[in-house]
Design a protein around this ligand. Sequence first.
Ligand code: GLC
Length: 684
Amino acid sequence: MEQISRLIAQMTLAEKLGQLTMTAADYAVTGPLITPVSEDAIRSGAIGNLLNLYGAGPTHRIQKIAVEESRLRIPMLLGFDALHGQRTVFPIPLAEAGLFDPAAWEATARLAAEECTGDGLNMTFAPMLDVSRDPRWGRIAESPGEDPFVGSVFARAKIRGFQSANLAGPGAVSACAKHFVAYGAVNAGREYASTDMSEAMLREVYLPPFRAAVEAGVTAIMPAFTDLNGIPMTAHVYLLQNVLRGELGFDGVLVTDYHAIAELLNHGVAGDLAEAAALALKAGVDIDMMSDAFRLGLPEALRRNLVAMEEIDTAVRRVLVLKERLGLFDDPYRRGRPDVGMTAQSRALARDIGARSLVLLKNGANSLPLAARKIALIGPLADAGAEMRGPWGGAGRIEDCVSVLQGLREAGLDIRHAPGVAIDTDDVSGIAPALELCADADVIVLCLGEAALMSGEAASRAYLGLPGAQQDLADAVFEKAAGKSVVVILFSGRPLAVPSLVSRAAAVLAAWFPGCEAGRAIADVLTGKVSPTGRTAVSWPRAVGQVPIFFGERPGGRPFNPKDHFTSHYSDVENTPLFAFGHGLTYGDFALSNLRVEPGNPLRVKVDVENRGARAAEETVFLFLNQKRAGVTRPVLELKAFGKIALAPNEQGTITLILPPPEGRAEVFVGPNAAFTSLLSLSI
Ligand code: GLC
């Protein structure tokens, strides 16, 4: 720390502001504007950090300018969004959350960190921890789903994976938990819209994953673009200083989202860049990503006494401390190795995680695993390797991605393929030729859904159905199929409201975007080589009108009662989701019984599980709590634990779940998902 104090004492204002500036290169476009990275600005110390550059060569070259040609030789933070993989692209986070497996979540982050550091990076803008209950919002794809407990376990696993036990090590990167906070609650699901909520909702639902991230030692956090109750997060003194830094004890770096400080003018809370810069600095922001507000606005803010030099020094110190903790002063070239790319091991992990992220939503008449060999593979997502990466495919190469068509053919199936329609056009001319393939096929596999960029950032949708003419294709295939089994594979960054498609299909597999090994992972499940274990980490609506829809609702004074008109319901759709949180079928047939609670602190909740099916499979079980008379109304279900058990046919086992003792009387629920009809319960 002495070195840092000495360094700060030597720094000019311009050099200090350079450390508080992060500029984007153009290896990926993740924001509204790009300015060419000026090597002279790095040489002069005016830019101290970069994002969206990767590769050992380019990063070492740019780091060399900072370290060997600038006056103070301060190494740069080099960040990139390896949200679900760097070169090896894993399933999107919403899909990976559905593994309900912290060890897997950590393993993919660990591998992503190895590839990021191989590419010379020392920071990644991940994990995204925004609880998401509105599938109209495209960034639900990047989230761990609707539940704060899942988001908290996910946060800890990801931060362990990215930062490892030795942050200065050659394979570790600084994680950056984002987007603080409640970005998932944008008004009407529309991207970048405002958020408004009670303090209770904020603390119960949206804060917990960030609390977990801080407890796990995350070294950077990114405030959201959005305003919460009228105050933009980038300038939110109460939430950034009092709550995040004060109450939660976060002492790391706050890096803004892309261009967010300058956008305080659009929010209407700042009259010019100097005011915007002052607001952000006083809120505790340390690094200005891509708005140049600190570099251009803080000198004027100092002149106007809007900020003090001590506040600038505090931010500079936090940035330099992070660089020191990353080992950048010891060896700025520690990270970076040539030929970073997918390996047999990374592919094997991507294939395993991919298969385990698939959610078998429906399996009528046990249509899956496929018994047939002659398959008509129809739909615009069948031969679409590039789409499999999802909206944050990052540095994943299109040529590395395995399509469904390739995966099924490699599995030795006799495939006849036609796209039928494009993903999102109204051209139906390809439907007729596609139907011809159905004639002599044993099974029809329909690959439908969204393009990768129809979810993710700046990708909200007001409707949750199939895009373009895909429903026309599906209807035509169902008509033509006449008794043949139609298996639907859905690709999307969000749950889709497709009740009629589901009712007409024999089987439905939610594939989300499974990553670069998509085709092989899907073939493994379709052929029965792998029994599906994925569960949905978010409720699936029947209609967009139900949104936001989630299991943790409060009961209200008139909970739904089919016998009483004056209770909570819609006149045109059921209250329940199409598929409940946690839903996902396997190739087994599980029965739960004998729920019991062993006293102690914590309580040990046990349930017996039997696989009555003919195939080995893995069951996931959830433990919910409903707390009674807690003074304020409590959600009808609060998720407190989850566990898994793999059982051979006719094998029995017991799952033990740990439950912190509840305040007062409560009801314990245990089951395979959040649908009340599937839960065992016990009063405690
Ligand atoms: C984007 C995203 C953020 C990302 C950042 C850098 O606008 O909002 O999630 O980390 O810019 O790419």
